[in-house]
Design a protein around this ligand. Structure first.
Ligand code: EPZ
Length: 430
């Protein structure tokens, strides 16, 4: 298994292109199942999760062609995917696939909507929490799907097709919003989704559906009104920039000091996180090609945050923020309200010398003067990158094992960082 070796202590200087957002690319790819026409997605990041979903979609019958990269192209403009689901040849999403990537469960909505029948494996728990799917099923049932659970599979049918309905989620869920939004696009009549997730990735999927001919009101708000159609067109859509990758690199610069421009980054998708990071003493300014991050030597102000659905502080930046606060000049508190077990990085950060106490959903971080390099273990995607940030700021050598977690969601991470002066390299298992 590959490892990543970091020699800490280098300031970051230069420019980093921000890739397309993984968490938008995945549901956008799934949206291709709604139409027999071609959906072209630009700016798709080259990531393990994207490649796995491509395999899953091919099993369902989606034809995928990827444009070759042209030399001289803009580095952060990703790959172009042409997806055509002329015929859905298989309405089953098997356990071996869905258990490897939860987002593949979101094929359920499009499959029932288009094929009126679906068999999709329950995704099961994962490292960060139990992650049930009750809200997905509640929403699809409201649209008229008949759902049974048998042998670990969701067996869904809608012999007469789905009907638009009012879906009021008792809790905000990104995935359940995607699933119901995608299904509602092909349902008969109007669907109203209340308490919808407002994450920019949901907005991006809704914008793409609009290009595909679906009328949607309320994009970016918690109430989505969707007029279903019996036939959906193809479209061309560009995946929005990855706000979590953006936030991660901001924290890397904050941790090491330096001056880096994040090309293509958008401040509007990160409001609360930017407020918190600015509070630590980092300068973040909007520049014509993205965001410029400057931090010069001074100590980091301790800062308290609580994760919340968008527009709150994202859970996907919680681990990175903890790595940053590990060296603040005082005590910070981080409360994780979205996932019950998203603190696996705490023990690993402690190996580098961080002083963190955990009580239920709350971590108290007493900033230390220095972190010291050590061998550590990646446990999930965002936890792993928090170790990269800590390693960049630590004295000496840090080795991160199990880096396949990083490859799921960060495109060319070592290359992007080393171009800015970081001493980071991948050691292949050989
Ligand atoms: C999405 O996961 C993201 N994944 C996650 O990013 C992100 O952490 C999460 O949203 C929250 O922002 C993708 O976009 C691919 P949820 P999702 O449904 O949709 C509970 C990463 O690192 N819930 O919004 O699975 C759930 O347990 C990943 O890129 C139910 O109770 O998250 C959690 O407590 C990790 N019942 C909360 O809602 C349900 O039916 C929010 O989960 C569904 C969810």
């Amino acid at each position: 298994m590959d490892r990543i070796k970091i020699i800490g202590g280098e300031r970051l200087q230069g420019a980093i292109p921000i890739s397309g957002a993984k968490n938008a690319a995945l549901p956008l790819m799934i949206a291709s199942m709604l139409t027999a026409d071609r959906l072209t997605l630009k700016n798709v990041p080259n990531l393990a999760d994207v490649n796995l979903l491509a395999r899953i979609l091919r099993n369902h019958g989606v034809d995928l062609a990827v444009d070759g990269k042209r030399s001289g192209g803009v580095a952060h403009l990703g790959e172009t995917f042409h997806l055509t689901a002329r015929d859905i040849v298989d309405t089953t999403a098997p356990y071996e696939m869905v258990s490897r990537m939860r987002a593949s469960f979101w094929v359920l909505g499009p499959l029932i909507a288009r094929m009126r029948v679906a068999k999709v494996s329950l995704p099961g728990g994962c490292a960060i929490g139990t992650r049930p799917v009750d809200l997905h099923l509640q929403g699809l049932k409201a649209l008229g799907a008949e759902i049974d659970i048998d042998g670990g599979y969701v067996l869904a049918k809608a012999p007469n097709g789905l009907r638009g309905a009012r879906v009021t989620f008792p809790k905000v869920s990104v995935g359940a919003t995607h699933n119901v939004l995608l299904a509602a696009a092909l349902a008969k009549g109007e669907t109203l989704i209340e308490n919808a997730a407002r994450e920019p990735e949901v907005g991006d999927v809704a914008e793409c559906l609009v290009k595909m001919g679906v009328k949607i009101e309320g994009i970016g708000t918690s109430t989505l009104r969707i007029q279903g159609r019996d036939r959906i067109d193809g479209a061309i859509h560009t995946v929005l920039p990855d706000r979590i990758e953006t936030g991660t690199f901001i924290m890397a610069v904050a941790a090491t000091g330096g001056d880096v421009t994040l090309q293509g980054a958008r401040a509007t998708d990160l409001t609360t996180a930017l407020q918190a990071i600015r509070h630590t003493g980092v300068e973040i300014t909007e520049v014509p090609d993205g965001l410029r991050i400057v931090r010069n030597g001074a100590g980091l102000e301790p800062t308290t945050v609580e994760t919340q659905p968008f527009p709150g502080f994202p859970t996907d930046l919680q681990a990175q923020f903890m790595a940053l606060m590990a060296r603040a000049t005082g005590t910070s508190v981080i409360r994780e309200t979205i996932f019950e077990n998203r603190f696996m990085h705490v023990q690993e950060l402690a190996r580098l010398g961080a002083d963190i106490q955990l009580h239920g959903d709350t971590a108290t971080i007493k900033g230390v003067k220095v972190l010291k390099g050590a061998p550590v273990m990646a446990t999930d995607l965002r936890a792993s990158v928090s170790l990269v940030i800590a390693g960049l700021a630590a004295e000496g050598e840090t080795t991160i094992n199990r880096v396949y977690h990083l490859d799921r969601g960060f495109e060319r991470l070592e290359e992007k960082l080393s171009r800015c002066g970081a001493r980071i390299e991948r050691i292949s298992a050989g």
